[in-house]
Design a protein around this ligand. Structure first.
Ligand code: CP
Ligand code: NVA
Length: 303
């Protein structure tokens, strides 16, 4: 049987994504109530990471152990991938040892090729193009903090990066409105935007003005200006993005009691001011915690 992979949110309907959010909230409550889970006992996931990670790695590992399963972490540079062993061979070998692969890498084509040759589910733990598991847990956080997802006005301010692309797909599938403000030349993927706009129940709008995106928003999302792999562009990007910094003045345009979300790690004083970050820290660290609960829901569903 061909396994179902989680490579991008585009591959799922809203009706398929919504139960993951509900299940993650149940698993969160059960953990707080001390419920002991063993549903993944006897299962192993392999985690192949070609980029650094604190949260995604630790939360997937904690999620797997929390459901009674086990984890094999493979730093890509210590594997034969670093010596150019083909992905299609790696996929077929790993399929003989473990029950699922969680992969963080550069090109989306890497997770696609691994999935094409795996007889086990492949889960995208961040590529240059998407960060689907992160955005699923962020939507969970948004729901937890703000209720009814469909009525929410969500803003994205900054780079049209992997996170922005996954937010666009989430808006298309789950039916909340999304307004993005990105500088010229740093827009999200045009194909992803057009496709999600065509299927969305609420508007997904791309503009240039941070104030326009933040105005009346219930949830304001920011992320780093230079993502992993773009370290060489960091200085040039600082100049382009300086007017996209989220601070108290910009945030004052948002709806009353609006929340700020940041997937972390944060560059304080760049995409967000230190004072606004600290004022919103509770939400942002709840957001980080929710990755673990969402990853449990994902592992349970896909394994
Ligand atoms: N938010 C997130 O993916 O963090 P890590 O890079 O630490 O995994
Ligand atoms: N856009 C960021 C997200 C980090 C979790 C990056 O890709 O580095």
């Amino acid at each position: 049987m061909t396994p179902r992979h989680l490579l991008t949110l585009e591959d799922f309907s809203g009706k398929e994504l919504r139960p993951l959010i509900d299940r993650a909230l149940v698993l969160k409550n059960e953990r707080q109530a001390g419920v002991h889970h063993q549903q993944l006992s006897g299962k192993i996931i392999g985690m192949i990471f070609e980029k650094p990670s604190t949260r995604t790695r630790a939360s997937f590992e904690a999620a797997m152990y929390g459901l009674g399963g086990q984890v094999m972490f493979l730093s890509a540079r210590d594997t034969q991938l670093a010596r150019s062993e083909p992905l299609k061979d790696t996929a077929r070998v790993m399929s003989r040892y473990v029950d699922g692969l969680v992969v963080r890498t550069f090109g989306q084509s890497v997770v696609e090729e691994l999935a094409a040759y795996s007889s086990i589910p492949v889960i995208n733990a961040l590529t240059d193009l998407h960060h689907p598991c992160q955005v699923l847990s962020d939507v969970m956080t948004m729901f937890e903090k703000k209720g009814d997802i469909a009525s929410l006005r969500v803003a994205w301010v900054g780079d049209g990066n992997n996170m922005a692309n996954s937010w666009i797909q989430a808006a298309g599938k789950l039916g909340f409105s999304l307004t993005l403000a990105c500088p010229e030349g740093y827009e999200p993927d045009a194909g992803i935007l057009a496709k999600s706009q065509a299927q969305a129940a609420k508007a997904i709008t791309l503009g240039r003005e941070p104030a326009q995106a933040v105005k009346n928003a219930d949830v304001v999302n920011v992320d780093v200006w230079a993502s992993m792999g773009q370290e060489d562009e960091q200085i040039a990007r600082r100049a382009v993005f300086s007017r996209y910094r989220l601070d108290d003045k910009l945030m004052a345009l948002a709806a009353a009691n609006a929340i700020v979300m940041h997937c972390l790690p944060v560059h304080r004083g760049e995409e967000i001011s230190e004072s606004l970050f600290e004022a919103q820290a509770e939400t942002i660290f709840d957001q980080a915690e929710n990755k673990m609960h969402m990853h449990k829901a994902i592992l349970e569903a896909f394994l």
